[in-house]
Design a protein around this ligand. Structure first.
Ligand code: S3P
Length: 161
């Protein structure tokens, strides 16, 4: 299970881990979009963030309960709710926090269409999110992997170590 801020590379690393470990990859944003029949952006705009967050909790819960061996890429905001953090702490899954400097994240989030929260001021928002969410990621993480100046393949190796 990978957690971390937007742009840190969770989806890419999950895909590589999935093929390396021969496991199914579950991306909570993709599950939410499929179930809602709408994009993350449309959900935020048409239903509001609260509705998105409750769909996200359901997607997280189901992903963690999946009997199929999997690699889960959790969307950046899953740690915001205490309910989700309890699910992550209690899950029979290794939770790895992918962590990066804000500068690295800003570089990588360009063109993130499913990230309405970054529309205005991506650098400022990511900086604030890094500050408020770091303790939350730390609370649920079994391991922390720093991704700055590392390729996705190198991050995969570090996750597996
Ligand atoms: C969010 C992260 C996004 C997406 C939504 C909100 C967040 O997922 O769920 O834009 O609050 O951190 P990624 O972390 O996959 O970009």
């Amino acid at each position: 299970m990978l957690v971390g801020l937007m742009g840190v590379g969770k989806s890419t690393v999950a895909r590589l881990l999935g093929s390396r470990l021969q496991r199914v990859v579950i991306d909570t944003d993709a599950v939410v979009e499929e179930r809602a029949g709408r994009s993350v952006r449309e959900l935020f705009e048409q239903e509001g963030e609260a509705t998105f967050r409750s769909l996200e909790t359901a997607a997280l819960r189901d992903a963690l309960a999946s009997p199929t061996p999997s690699v889960i890429a959790a969307a950046g905001g899953v740690v915001l709710s205490a309910e989700n953090r309890a699910l992550l702490r209690d899950a029979d899954a290794r939770v790895v926090w992918l962590c990066a400097d804000t500068a690295t994240l800003v570089e990588r989030v360009r063109g993130g269409a499913h990230r309405p929260l970054l529309d205005g001021d991506p650098a400022g928002t990511l900086q604030r999110m890094a500050e408020t969410r770091a303790p939350l990621y730390r609370e649920v993480a079994d391991a922390i992997v720093l991704v700055d100046h590392r390729s996705a393949t190198e991050v995969v190796e570090a996750v597996l170590r």
